[in-house]
Design a protein around this ligand. Structure first.
Ligand SMILES: Cc1cc2nc3c(=O)[nH]c(=O)nc-3n(C[C@H](O)[C@H](O)[C@H](O)COP(=O)(O)OP(=O)(O)OC[C@H]3O[C@@H](n4cnc5c(N)ncnc54)[C@H](O)[C@@H]3O)c2cc1C
Length: 368
């Protein structure tokens, strides 16, 4: 997010200086490096649909822009519903998504069986499949493309205020940096950084474990990222598959706790996948890792834009598992705010900090 803001500031010809402060330039534990790098149009909130539409356009444009192919595999997401409530949610979402121009189709069990013959569909009532602008891409490639301008390897450890505004940030090395505008792009550590300016933000580090698995009898075809009603998701990754789940127990974790939860594979993921497809009965994890969602406990949506009182403190926080695809639109929005004092391309004000102050959730029902 920090790189995305810096990139668009440069694109817009910002005449100030921009400094990205990064505590770990290896990015080894950043959410970005540990992400599943999916992009979808299937959200329940129209603004999130628009944000991802720009994300897809930007990712597809990387070849012309940077000479780099970010390998967007447009195999789509496939949501499956097995209850009347699930059908209602998919149907309501579909109406809104199509209204926003998203290329999403609803599929009854016969249509699903035709297109995805490897699935067991006895309990399934409806599927929803994104046919374009949806799939997965090279997330680290996107970050590398966005990295621009001046970076320093240091940690923000304090924020000095003057006249109700951020005046300077203090760094772990003892240096202090004056700033006209400060953007909090600290990922899962967003609340720590906000607290340095006396600001509360309901963002916690929540652990998600991803597993790469080998499949003895892999299903053929251009498979989508399937989201099973159990919350388990699975998609192809080269000749293997990538999978994960929404954990049943999901506490905030320490910022340095990256111990994978291997039991999720045995207890939740394998049983759900084996029940969904005979092809997934014989599978073996070959790599697994844990990363942190910057989880917004109010409404699982991003918090974007200026603080309500401290006008030069900007948020790019709380992405709750769907932030990588949002980086282009968020970077553009915050750069517009900094350069012009307003959003010009897409109005991000519904995602502003005011809803945190008034405790008014802007719910996103499609969280994976
Ligand atoms: C397992 C997993 C799967 C995911 N899958 C998807 C997906 O399929 N699609 C999708 O769109 N999103 C996905 N996400 C979410 C997505 O990865 C994040 O929303 C996005 O990468 C957030 O970017 P960020 O820049 O906010 O955070 P980060 O990438 O975490 O970057 C924050 C940076 O701030 C630095 N930092 C923190 N504190 C300080 C400080 N005090 N001083 C200096 N530097 C500091 C950190 O070192 C870090 O490099 C997933 C996340 C995880 C963990």
């Amino acid at each position: 997010m920090g790189s995305a803001v810096a990139y668009f500031l440069k694109e817009m010809g910002f005449d100030g200086s921009v400094l990205v402060i990064e505590r770990d330039c290896s990015y080894a534990q950043s959410s970005t490096a540990l992400s599943a790098s999916g992009i979808r149009q299937q959200f329940s909130n129209p603004l999130n649909v628009k944000i991802s539409q720009f994300g897809a356009e930007f990712i597809k444009g990387a070849k012309d822009r940077w000479g780099v192919d970010l390998h967007l595999r447009e195999n789509g997401y496939l949501y499956l519903a097995n209850t009347p409530e699930g059908v209602q949610i998919l149907s309501e979402n579909h109406t809104m998504q199509v209204g926003e121009g998203a290329d999403v189709v609803l599929m009854d069990p016969d249509a699903l069986a035709d297109k995805f013959p490897h699935l067991r569909l006895d309990d399934i009532l409806l599927g929803s499949h994104g046919q374009s602008n949806e799939g997965w891409f090279d997330g680290v490639g996107l970050m590398q493309g966005l990295r621009t301008g001046t970076y320093i390897s240091d940690e923000v450890v304090g924020i000095d205020m003057a006249d109700g505004k951020v005046a300077r940030v203090k760094l772990a090395t003892g240096r202090a940096v004056e700033c006209g505008v400060f953007v909090n792009a600290a990922g899962p550590r967003a609340a720590l950084v906000a607290a340095m300016a006396g600001i509360d933000i309901p963002v916690e580090a929540r652990k998600r474990t991803n597993f790469l698995f080998d499949c003895m009898d892999a299903p053929a075809g251009d498979l989508p990222l399937m989201i099973d009603p159990s919350g388990v998701w699975c998609r192809p990754e080269g000749k293997h598959f990538l999978t994960g789940c929404s954990p049943t127990c999901d506490p905030a974790v320490a910022f340095d706790d990256f111990e994978p939860r291997y039991a999720e594979f045995e207890d939740i993921i394998w049983p759900a996948l084996a029940a969904r497809s005979a092809n997934f009965e014989a599978i073996k994890p070959i790599r697994f890792w844990a990363g942190h969602y910057a989880y917004n406990t109010l409404d699982q949506n991003a918090v974007i834009g200026p603080h309500t009182d401290i006008s030069n403190f900007l948020f790019a926080n709380g992405f709750s598992g769907h932030g990588l695809q949002q980086a282009p639109a968020v970077g553009r929005a915050l750069a517009e705010w900094i350069c012009f004092g307003e959003y010009r391309s897409l109005d991000f004000s519904p995602l502003g900090y005011e809803r945190i102050v008034t405790n008014t959730p802007l719910l996103e029902r499609c969280i994976i």
